[in-house]
Design a protein around this ligand. Structure first.
Ligand code: GDP
Length: 453
């Protein structure tokens, strides 16, 4: 039976005036964790999310301090936005102050707004780069939020103390270590059924509410677990009103969609089975692939498809022609409206994520390459034959292969494509873009006094 459980993950919001070092702090904790920006440029909010794991605890870290156009008025609204957000959505608030500036009038304003908030509020006094600044926190006590923690986000001083303090407010996670969340985005043209897909998946009819028209695309990561694996879903459909006429921006691929694609482990590209495959679909898939994104393609609205497997075969053939990389991706037929194969799509996304981390043993790879070369030698170039000496998988995510050859300048694009196909046909990298590199390896000679290149 399909099982689904939503997890509540604590959100920790970083707030504070501009230039106090919120982003430095965010980056220090976030490390390489997935993060994303939560608004489109030109609108008033810009938020970064990261999933932070610390031992058995996991939380979402949110940098609320984005780009706010306007002068003094902008500053007011910035503070209002940050405080409002942290009051509404955060479990813990980390308020960053500047040790060099001391308490400014703006900080006093923030204190006033935070005073009635019944949530843990931690003061982090940043830029405490030396001992005297470390110790000189007296001024900040008077804000009335307890003991400030002096840190230097830039140099990493005391940030572990701050992290220890944060996690005292974060409950232990049920997620086992090493099983980090797979971040999945659901992308596609307007009306292909992204919201329906997410609604069907979460099964709670998440209603789309446009709280502040024109300013907010309040897209937050949606954590859930399925088949004992943790996922985080990123919705790209935004908070658009259902019957709104699509703007030019939405017709094209929005900046928001691009960012979400770049930040997720796997993108589920939804196509509308009624429309077949459009050039816009091709553009989105190319973008995913070119950004080393893993991809699952799903034809949605299959409840409206008449006919049997033959019809589906035709769809796939057409897809392969229109979107070349689809040859290397799983393709599904689903109905978001009726919940048909929605969970299969998530399982497939999980498989694709695992493929992106798969390693092929060097001896197994070389056996395949040897046989391949016997069947299909590269054409002559510059009066020479290209010789593959050996190949090895150098890395994962994306899986990258290095072919050591007698002369890398002899490699032609079509031979590279051929080798790519060979790798896909022998190893299950379905849905993940592999990379191939060629390196020239010169013959080495042995000298009496040892080995010399
Ligand atoms: P979005 O713009 O990609 O988020 O698309 P929506 O989820 O808002 O869906 C657009 C329209 O397509 C709505 O009227 C949905 O009811 C409809 N729709 C979505 N999925 C399906 C499906 O699987 N079958 C059918 N028949 N209609 C669907």
């Amino acid at each position: 039976m399909e099982k689904q459980l939503k997890q509540n993950i604590t959100t920790v919001a970083i707030i504070g005036r501009p230039n106090v070092g919120k982003s430095f702090l965010f980056n220090r904790f976030a490390g390489k964790a997935v993060s994303l920006v939560d608004a489109e440029p030109g609108v008033t909010r810009d938020r970064l999310y990261a999933e932070v794991r610390c031992g058995d605890k996991i939380f979402y870290l949110v940098d609320t301090g984005g780009f706010y156009p306007g002068g003094g008025e902008g500053m007011d609204s910035m503070i209002k936005n940050q405080v409002e957000f942290s009051i509404k959505e955060a479990g813990v608030i980390v308020w960053v102050l500047d040790a060099k500036d001391g308490v400014t009038p703006v900080d006093e304003d923030i204190a006033l707004k935070l005073r009635p908030v019944k949530k843990p509020i931690i003061l982090a006094v940043n830029k405490a780069d030396n001992i005297s600044r470390m110790e000189d926190t007296g001024d900040f006590y008077r804000l009335g939020f307890g003991e400030p923690i002096s840190i230097s986000a830039l140099h990493g001083l005391n940030t572990d103390v701050l992290l220890d303090k944060i996690i005292t407010y974060v409950p232990e996670s049920e997620i086992k270590a090493g099983e980090e969340s797979i971040w999945i985005s659901v992308v596609g043209r307007p009306n292909v059924g992204k919201s329906s897909f997410i609604n069907s998946l979460l099964n709670d009819n998440r209603v789309i509410v446009d709280k502040e028209p024109g300013t907010t695309r309040g897209v937050i990561p949606i954590p859930f677990s399925f088949e004992e694996r943790q996922f985080t879903l990123l919705d790209t459909s935004g908070l658009r009103k259902k019957n709104k006429v699509y703007t030019d921006l939405e017709q094209k691929m929005s900046v928001w969609t691009r960012r979400v694609i770049r930040r997720s482990h796997v993108s589920i590209l939804l196509l509308d089975a009624q429309d077949g495959v459009t050039s816009q679909d091709a553009r989105i898939s190319d973008y995913i692939w070119e950004n080393s994104g893993n991809m699952v393609i799903a034809f949605n609205k299959c409840d409206l498809l008449k006919g049997d497997d033959k019809v589906r075969r035709k769809y796939i053939d057409f897809l392969h022609k229109r979107i070349r990389v689809s040859n290397f991706c799983p393709v599904l037929f689903i109905s978001a409206l009726f919940g048909q194969d929605v969970f299969t799509t998530i399982s497939t996304a999980k498989d694709v994520f695992n493929h992106s981390r798969m390693r092929v043993k060097t001896n197994v790879l070389n056996k395949v390459i040897e046989e391949t070369v016997k069947k299909h030698q590269a054409a002559y170039a510059k009066g020479k034959h290209l010789k593959i000496l050996y190949a090895t998988q150098a890395s994962v995510e994306p899986p990258s292969f290095v072919f050591f050859v007698n002369d890398a300048s002899l490699v032609k694009e079509n031979y590279k494509r051929y080798l790519t196909k060979v790798i896909y046909s022998h190893f299950d990298f379905s849905g993940t873009p592999i990379q191939i590199f060629f390196r020239t390896r010169k013959r080495r000679k042995f000298y009496a006094d040892g080995y010399s290149p």
